[in-house]
Design a protein around this ligand. Structure first.
Ligand code: FES
Length: 135
């Protein structure tokens, strides 16, 4: 696969311990991909890098390239690391902020059960939720 074609290819994220695989489109966060696929992903702030409920720990990302951590995500990760991981930030990312540039990965999200919400995941409805959250 050529580099441009590889950059446009979807990525597969396996979420443990649920054992669910989610296909993530280029320029889409794992959080958005999960909702698009109909899964309930832990959140309170719906992608605003505030609640930290969406956070994941990277388990197998050696071959994946992710977008860099920006300021809002870094501050949120510091809070969640202090609260839940004895300040160990290794491998922590917010599913609502990180995007995958290349490769596939495995993440741990302890609160994700792989449950679907019928009627909550149509692109139109979800788009409206996200649009409202971004205002
Ligand atoms: S959804 Fe709230 S911080 Fe990501």
């Amino acid at each position: 696969m050529t580099a441009p074609a590889q950059a446009r290819a979807p990525h597969v994220v396996r979420v443990e311990p649920a054992g669910i695989e989610i296909t993530v489109r280029p320029d889409e966060t794992l959080f958005d991909a999960a909702y698009r696929a109909g899964y309930d992903w832990p959140t309170i702030c719906f992608g605003q890098a505030l609640c930290t409920h969406c956070h994941v720990r990277l388990l197998g990302a050696d071959s994946a390239v992710l977008t860099p951590v920006e300021k809002d995500e870094r501050l949120a990760l510091q809070r969640v690391a202090r609260r839940l991981y004895r300040s160990d930030k290794a491998g922590l990312r917010l599913a609502c902020q990180m995007k995958i540039i290349s490769g596939d990965l495995v993440v741990e999200q302890r609160a994700f059960r792989g449950e679907r919400s019928p009627g909550q995941h149509e692109d139109g409805e979800y788009g409206a939720i996200r649009q409202g959250a971004d205002e």
